[in-house]
Design a protein around this ligand. Structure first.
Ligand SMILES: NCc1cccc(Nc2n[nH]c3ncnc(Nc4cccc(O)c4)c23)c1
Length: 232
């Protein structure tokens, strides 16, 4: 997160850190007791290894009362996701067991109504991604508020030039923005997850490349289907 602030500890109890060998790789969030939603791109360079999921954390390194690292039973990238574009950039992770819910570990509801969030709506995004252009990685969760911009503005030829589909949404990226390692985290508007951070052009903090998110509502049926089939 560029030019945001340190989040209030444990006030975003749905936040997950997807880790490999103890290193934060991507964000994610708890959508059910045994399920975390993130971005498919996050699992591209893992050469088949499964993530571990850290829940209940504010600091990535310090001991905290409800902090716990969960093993992942299975990972389900959306079948339409691929390395060449941002389409269907969603990843479902089934935890090895149900997460223990408490003050620091909570499920975040996601939007099921497929309707665009109005432009200028101020939403919030959090993560342990890089906090400056030299790639400094924070120990504590950071957050930033960002206004939604319309798909037409986001698709202007001087911005993302028509690549933003109806299944995506954008926020203004002038100075304050998401960045490397924030992928997979939720865009929260009015207490509901409306989008999932996708890297898009990978540019951070440049107003000519607004941040892009995969909208969740269009994928509600896929999410429910995977959870139902895997839970048995
Ligand atoms: N703002 C959109 C957004 C959301 C999520 C991730 C991203 N960026 C990135 N995702 N993956 C990456 N691998 C390498 N570099 C990256 N961006 C980068 C790194 C250093 C300086 C800088 O200005 C930009 C990214 C960008």
């Amino acid at each position: 997160i560029l030019r945001g602030s340190v989040a209030r500890p444990h006030l975003k109890p749905y936040m997950a850190s997807l880790q490999l060998d103890g290193q934060h790789v991507c964000g994610g969030f708890l959508i059910a007791e045994q399920w975390v939603l993130s971005a498919a791109h996050c699992a591209e360079e893992t050469d088949g290894k499964l993530f571990q999921v850290l829940l209940g954390a504010h600091s990535l390194t310090e001991p905290e009362p409800h902090k716990r690292l969960y093993q992942v039973r299975a990972q389900f990238p959306h079948p339409g996701s691929n390395i060449h574009n941002n389409k269907d950039d969603l990843l479902l992770l089934q935890l090895e067991e149900k997460a223990e819910l408490n003050a620091d570990v909570r499920v975040l509801p996601f939007q099921r109504e497929d309707r665009d969030v109005a432009a200028d709506t101020v939403c919030e995004v959090a993560g342990w991604g890089t906090i400056d252009h030299s790639g400094t990685r924070p120990d504590k969760l950071h957050q930033v508020e960002r206004p939604v911009i319309s798909r037409d503005v986001c698709n202007h030829r001087t911005r993302h030039d028509g690549t933003v589909t109806r299944n995506m949404m954008c926020t203004d990226s002038r100075r304050k923005d998401t960045c490397k390692g924030d992928s997979g985290g939720p865009l929260v508007c009015g207490g509901v997850a409306e989008g999932v951070v996708t890297a898009g052009s990978r540019v951070c903090g440049n107003y000519k490349k607004p941040a892009i998110y995969t909208r969740i509502a269009p994928y509600a049926a896929w999410i429910d289907g995977v959870m139902a089939s895997a839970d048995g």
